[in-house]
Design a protein around this ligand. Structure first.
Ligand SMILES: [Fe+2]
Ligand SMILES: [Fe+2]
Length: 175
C-alpha cells in the first residue's frame, strides 16, 4: 500500500535511524579499539554509551506509538561504514587511521543530526510533544559529539607523526 501520511513517514524514518544507531554501536566500538590516543578513545567510548541511551529513547517513542521497535536498514550509514572498509584496504598507518576515524565520525554525526532534525520537525507537526523532547535530547548529544570531534581534528598533529614514519621507512629501506 502506498505511503500517504506524515505519521507513516515518521515511523519509517524512526526505523531507519533505529537501524543506524545499532550499526553505529559497532562502528564506535571499532573506532575506540583502533584509537591509540586516550582522549580520542574516550570520545568514541563515551559516545557509544550515549548511543545506547539514544536507542532506548527511540524504543520509548515506538512504544508511545503502540509499535514494536523495528529496524529498517539505513543505506546512508551503511554507506559510510562501507567507505571505511574500503579505506582499510589502503592499509593506512595508525596515525592516519586515527585521523581518518575522527573525520568519519564527523560524517556520521552530521548524518544523524540531519536525521534527528527531520524527525523532530515531523514529531512536532504530529503534536508528539514527548517524542520531540526525547529526540531533542539525542540531537544535543549528536551535536556535542560533532563539536568534540571537530576540535580533536583541528588539534590533531598529523604532520610530525607522518614525517617521522616516512623517515623511518627510508632508514629501513636503506638497510
Ligand atoms: Fe546517535
Ligand atoms: Fe552520534
Amino acid at each position: 500500500m502506498a505511503m500517504q501520511t506524515i505519521e507513516e513517514l515518521f515511523e519509517h524514518e524512526l526505523k531507519d535511524i533505529y537501524s543506524a544507531e545499532h550499526s553505529l554501536l559497532d562502528a564506535l566500538e571499532q573506532m575506540a579499539g583502533e584509537s591509540f590516543d586516550r582522549e580520542i578513545k574516550k570520545v568514541f567510548t563515551q559516545h557509544r554509551k550515549e548511543t545506547q541511551g539514544q536507542i532506548k529513547r527511540l524504543e520509548k517513542i515506538f512504544k508511545s506509538m503502540g509499535r514494536k521497535p523495528e529496524a529498517e536498514t539505513c543505506p546512508g550509514v551503511e554507506g559510510l561504514i562501507k567507505e571505511k572498509k574500503a579505506f582499510m584496504r589502503e592499509k593506512p598507518s595508525e596515525e592516519l587511521l586515527e585521523y581518518y576515524n575522527i573525520g568519519a565520525g564527523q560524517k556520521t554525526e552530521r548524518y544523524e543530526i540531519t536525521a534527528y532534525e527531520s524527525l523532530i520537525d515531523m514529531a512536532d507537526k504530529l503534536g508528539m510533544t514527548d517524542a520531540v523532547e526525547l529526540l531533542e535530547q539525542t540531537l544535543q548529544e549528536e551535536e556535542a559529539a560533532l563539536n568534540k570531534l571537530k576540535m580533536i581534528a583541528s588539534e590533531f598533529d598529523v604532520t610530525e607523526d607522518m614525517e617521522e614514519e616516512e623517515a623511518e621507512k627510508k632508514t629501513t629501506s636503506r638497510r
